[in-house]
Design a protein around this ligand. Structure first.
Ligand SMILES: [Zn+2]
Length: 94
């Protein structure tokens, strides 16, 4: 292997490193300029009709039934509520 070729590789590597560093600084500066608003929580607490617990709206599962929105802490609660609703409806229609 000739030393000229080796030097060429080293230069390429150095150039690559410089590009990486420049890119890093450019992206860092861009990030600094763009002041991202912090993820805001609405702070709205909703009630899980099934297990009577309150949880943030963001974490709740939404289900619209008869034009009304219900919230649930888990899919299990939602399924159970829907099943309950179905059976209640069945009873009332009789
Ligand atoms: Zn629940």
């Amino acid at each position: 292997m000739s030393s000229g070729f080796f030097r060429f590789i080293v230069y390429l590597f150095i150039t690559y490193l410089i590009i990486l560093v420049l890119r890093f600084f450019l992206s860092a500066r861009r990030k600094g300029q763009r002041s991202r608003p912090p993820r805001q929580l609405s702070g709205v607490m909703v009630k899980d009709e099934m297990c009577n617990t309150y949880l943030p709206e963001e974490n709740a599962l939404k289900e619209k039934l008869d034009g009304k929105e219900y919230y649930f802490c888990s899919r299990e609660c939602r399924e159970r509520f829907i099943e309950l609703r179905k059976s209640q409806k069945g009873d009332s229609s009789l």
